[in-house]
Design a protein around this ligand. Structure first.
Ligand code: SME
Length: 161
């Protein structure tokens, strides 16, 4: 396995640049999207602090289906447009939610979750999955987290499906 060492205490931009480089190295040359999602979920879980869930939902036959993740067991199927993940998938827009209780239709897989960041995975112009991060802390995700994770996903999207 790759020897990865990322310093989580550096400025967010540098931290996410290192995380994205590690992600790119992990998926390099590997065409199996599910295997790659599994390693990316594990990488994010290991290095991004203050999360209680990190993983993917894949777009399968018109709905989101639970993919590789780290954290507690989760809802398996989410309709397009439902909850934070379904909204990200249907709009193709990142959803950065400071207070999940204030998000209409939020799906509470884990009652501990207080804030959430969902990044669409776009391949060949289509949303093929979403990356979902949950935190037990309110307003956990800053603009810098969003920007860093968007860049990470853009960099590896071709190897995720
Ligand atoms: N909270 C999400 C559902 C997925 S779980 O958080 C893992 C949502 O509202 O889409």
């Amino acid at each position: 396995m790759l020897d990865i060492a990322i310093n989580p205490d550096q400025p967010a931009e540098e931290f996410y640049a290192e995380l994205a480089s590690s992600a790119a190295a992990l998926v390099d040359g590997e065409p199996d999207g599910i295997a790659n999602m599994a390693n990316i979920a594990a990488l994010i879980w290991q290095y991004v602090p203050r999360l209680n869930w990190a993983g993917f939902y894949r777009l399968v036959d018109g709905e989101l289906v639970l993919g590789p993740f780290q954290g507690k067991t989760a809802c398996i199927r989410i309709a397009m447009g439902a909850g934070v993940c379904g909204t990200a998938a249907v709009t193709g827009q990142v959803q950065r939610v400071a207070d999940v209780h204030a998000f209409p239709g939020h799906i509470a897989c884990d009652a501990d979750s207080r804030s959430e960041l969902v990044v669409p995975v776009v391949k060949n112009g289509k949303v093929i999955a979403v990356l979902d991060l949950d935190s037990p802390l309110p307003d956990r995700f800053a603009q810098a987290d969003e920007a860093g994770l968007v860049r990470l996903i853009e960099r590896i999207a071709n190897n995720l499906g």
